[in-house]
Design a protein around this ligand. Structure first.
Ligand SMILES: [Zn+2]
Length: 257
């Protein structure tokens, strides 16, 4: 017999199948990433259709199925209205969903990641992140938090190569070494970073920055950090996850921000 269960969820992506059905990849607080089927949801009279919004927290009723579990009821619990009203915010929110999709697999379970996803939506919804000068900073912050949660945190507290405390000047960032390196350990291709960049790295890794603080961050450091982070993500994920599609996604981000 089919078992029934309930969960909150955020939709990461959806795909049409058959004549009127749809497959949803969602992330949930306690069950992690799930793949679910909604039957007849593309029919005009479907009761479910209006309640399976992207960029919202949805309460789902689900029945276990032979291949995929099936959505039997849905209710929009929290809608982030500005995410669908503002086109720049919409693309940033979609990007974050894709990021979670590519960084995880079905069955991946991490309550902190769900919270980060929901909190990112909430910050994005209530903030001026739709403005281009902030969108890059916002995404870098979300990316660093996700990388950190998923075990790809760059070393920014001490030299990533020799482990010594960092002096104030002449440090560089090396993606191959996995973080900041001191003057003695310098390697080809490493990018020079000022103390402001290192400070910003630590700040963005530690927590999600409130929009009120964005304007006060040093612009030159924000620009350098963005360049360093692109390089780090490309290097780390290409080697460790071998996901070319993720790199395509990173390139697409350059078009968004
Ligand atoms: Zn060193």
């Amino acid at each position: 017999m089919n078992k029934l269960y309930q969960t909150d969820a955020i939709i990461l992506r959806r795909k049409n199948i058959g004549e009127a059905d749809r497959i949803f990849d969602v992330y949930t607080p306690n069950l992690g990433r799930l793949r679910l089927k909604a039957k007849g949801v593309r029919r005009i009279k479907s009761k479910l259709a209006g309640h399976l919004e992207m960029m919202a927290v949805i309460e789902l009723g689900i029945a276990t199925g032979r291949q995929l579990d099936v959505i039997t009821s849905a209710r929009n619990k929290k809608i982030f209205a500005d995410l669908s009203a503002n086109l720049q915010k919409t693309s940033l929110a979609f990007f974050i969903c894709e990021l979670v999709f590519y960084l995880t697999e079905e069955g991946h379970r991490d309550t902190r990641l769900y919270r980060l996803l929901e909190f990112s939506f909430s910050i994005l919804n209530d903030s001026p992140a739709g403005e281009r000068r902030y969108s890059r900073l916002f995404l870098d912050n979300v990316e660093l938090q996700m990388l950190s949660l998923l075990g790809f945190r760059p070393e920014v507290a001490k030299c990533a190569r020799c482990g010594q405390a960092l002096s104030l000047l002449k440090n560089k960032f090396s993606s191959a070494q996995g973080g900041i390196i001191c003057e003695k350990c310098t390697v080809p291709g490493a990018i020079p970073v000022t103390p402001e960049v290192i400070k910003l790295f630590r700040l963005l890794l530690d927590r999600q920055i409130r929009p009120g603080q964005w304007a006060n961050l040093p612009q030159a450091a924000v620009t350098t950090l963005h360049r360093v982070l692109r390089d780090f993500i490309a290097y780390t994920l290409e080697r460790q996850m071998k996901t070319e599609r993720f790199l395509e996604l990173v390139e697409r981000q350059e078009k968004i921000v």
